[in-house]
Ligand binder design. Structure first.
Ligand SMILES: [Cu+2]
Length: 101
């Protein structure tokens, strides 16, 4: 009986992990607005809504590192954008950005 319970529990853990992966792959982009761009530092300041995966449960304005400096050429201050961010080497980094349509 105990073995069955353990097996059932590990199936739950495994399927939970799979759902988490699917959620990450299809995570919608975050809405934001560019308030500052610092090309020489490779940084962008964005006013953004909640980002649950980064433990930001409410919107704020903050500085992000960008994964690729070329991203800073795609947008300008005042633009409404959609972006994705993740922790890369411990720094919160914009991994994708596009102008909101
Ligand atoms: Cu934030």
């Amino acid at each position: 009986m105990r073995k069955i319970a353990v097996a059932a529990a590990s199936i739950l853990v495994l399927s939970g992990g799979m759902f988490a992966n699917v959620a990450t792959a299809q995570a919608p982009l975050i809405n934001g607005q560019v308030t500052k761009i610092d090309e020489s530092a490779g940084k962008i300041t964005l006013k953004h809504g909640p980002i649950k995966k980064l433990d930001m449960n409410q919107g704020m304005t903050m500085v992000f590192r960008v994964q690729d400096p070329a991203m800073l050429k795609q947008v300008k201050v005042g633009d409404k954008v959609r972006f994705d961010a993740d922790r890369v080497n411990g720094q919160i980094t914009v991994t994708k950005i596009e102008k909101a349509k």
